[in-house]
Design a protein around this ligand. Structure first.
Ligand code: UDP
Ligand code: MG
Length: 338
C-alpha cells in the first residue's frame, strides 16, 4: 500500500524539473514510507515529458502522466488526484514556491491531529510581486465570502488530503473543480501548516493575468448564482426609477411640454425594459437552480454516526441519480484517527 502520493502538475516546466527532483527526492526518501510522485504533464510544448522520463529512469517512484493537450492547472490537478493511489495525497506546484520540506510536516500533523486535510498556508509572500499579492488578497477576501469562514485565507493548492477526501472528490461530477474552494466546503476536519512562499526556482509563471481572471470567475461561478440574479435586482431598481420617470412623463404631458407621441413611447419603453430585466432575473434564478442540480454536490456529509463504533465518512447524494459509482460511501475510515 502506497502511503503518500505527491501530485505535481507541470506546464512547460523543463527549466525547473532538475531543481525540483533535487529538493523533493531527499525529503520523500527520508520519510521512510512507500510513496509515489505523480507528475502530470499538462500538454507541455517543451521537453517536460522527456526530461521527466529521464529522471524516472533512476527514480522508480516517479510516475509520469501526460495529458494530450493543455487543460489548465486545476484540470491537471484533477487528473493527478484521480490517479494517485496513496493513503495521503499532497498536491504541489512544480516551481518550488511551495517548499517540499513542508510535506513531512503535513504528514506528521495529519497523523498526530487525526485530520483529513492539512492546508499549506502562505505566511509570507514577500517574494511574490506586489501585483500578485494584492490580486491574491482580493481573491481570497471574495472567496471567503462565498465559501464561508472554513476557507483558510492564503491557502493555494499546496495541501495534503486523506484518501477519504480524495474518494469524495472523485465522485463529484463537476466539470471544472476549483479545489481551493471545494475542499474547504466539504467540511472535513482540517488544520494548517504555515510556510514562507519562495520565489519561482526557474522558468516563468504559467498564470498570466488572463488565467488569473479565469480562475477568479470559475471560482465565483462554481460557488454562487449571485451574478445570475443581478438582473433581478437591476430590474427591481430600474422599475422604481421607471415609475418616477413615468410620473414625470405624465406631468410633462399634462403640462403640454411634449411633442405628440413622446409620452406613450417613453412610458412603453420604460415599462417594458423594467419588466424584461425582472424576467431575465427570474430566468437566471431557475438556471442557477439547474446549475446547482447539474453540479450534483452532496447536500451533506455524515462524518460520524454513533450507531457505528468507528467514525464513518458517508457522502449522501440524491438517490434519483441511480448511479452505482455515486452511491453513499459507507466504508469505515481506516486509520484516519490514529
Ligand atoms: N500549470 C499547469 N497547467 C497550466 C498552468 C500551470 O499544470 O496550464 C502548473 C505549473 O506548471 C505549476 C502550477 O501549475 O506547477 C502553478 O503555476 P505557476 O507556478 O506558474 O503559477 P503562479 O505560482 O505564478 O501563480
Ligand atoms: Mg508558482
Amino acid at each position: 500500500m502506497t502511503t503518500l502520493s505527491v501530485v505535481v502538475p507541470m506546464f512547460n516546466e523543463t527549466a525547473v524539473i532538475p531543481a525540483l527532483v533535487t529538493r523533493l527526492r531527499p525529503v520523500l526518501d527520508a520519510l521512510g514510507e512507500v510513496y509515489e510522485v505523480v507528475a502530470v504533464d499538462d500538454g507541455s510544448r517543451d521537453d517536460t515529458v522527456s526530461v521527466l522520463l529521464d529522471h524516472g529512469r533512476d527514480w522508480p517512484q516517479l510516475r509520469v502522466i501526460r495529458l494530450r493537450r493543455n487543460s489548465g492547472h486545476q484540470a491537471a490537478l484533477t487528473a493527478g488526484l484521480h490517479r494517485a493511489v496513496g493513503r495521503w495525497v499532497v498536491s504541489l506546484d512544480a516551481d518550488l514556491q511551495d517548499p517540499p520540506e513542508v510535506i513531512a510536516d503535513m504528514l506528521r500533523v495529519a497523523r498526530e491531529d487525526g485530520v483529513d486535510v492539512v492546508y499549506g498556508v502562505r505566511g509570507d509572500r514577500s517574494t511574490d510581486t506586489a501585483f500578485k499579492r494584492n490580486t491574491a488578497r482580493a481573491y481570497y477576501w471574495a472567496m471567503r465570502r462565498l465559501v464561508g469562514a472554513e476557507m483558510p485565507a492564503q491557502a493555494g493548492d499546496f495541501r495534503l488530503l486523506s484518501r477519504d477526501v480524495i474518494e469524495v472528490l472523485r465522485r463529484l461530477p463537476e466539470r471544472a473543480p476549483v479545489y481551493r474552494l471545494l475542499v474547504p466546503s466539504l467540511g472535513f476536519p482540517s488544520t494548517e501548516v504555515r510556510y514562507v512562499r519562495a520565489a519561482r526556482a526557474a522558468g516563468e509563471t504559467k498564470y498570466p493575468l488572463l488565467r488569473m481572471v479565469a480562475l477568479a470567475w470559475e471560482s465565483t461561478a462554481s460557488f454562487s448564482a449571485a451574478p445570475l440574479r443581478l438582473a433581478t435586482w437591476l430590474g427591481m431598481y430600474s422599475f422604481l426609477l421607471c415609475l418616477a420617470l413615468i410620473a414625470f412623463g405624465m406631468v410633462a404631458y399634462v403640462a403640454g411640454a411634449t411633442i405628440p407621441g413622446w409620452t406613450s413611447m417613453f412610458v412603453a419603453v420604460l415599462l417594458l425594459s423594467g419588466v424584461q430585466l425582472v424576467c431575465l432575473g427570474l430566468l437566471g434564478d431557475y438556471i442557477g437552480r439547474i446549475y446547482a442540480t447539474v453540479q450534483n454536490r452532496p447536500t451533506f456529509h455524515v462524518g460520524f454516526d454513533s450507531l457505528d463504533d468507528v467514525p464513518r465518512t458517508a457522502t449522501v447524494v440524491p438517490e434519483s441519480i441511480g448511479d452505482e459509482s455515486r452511491a453513499p460511501d459507507l466504508r469505515p475510515v481506516i486509520g484516519a484517527r490514529g
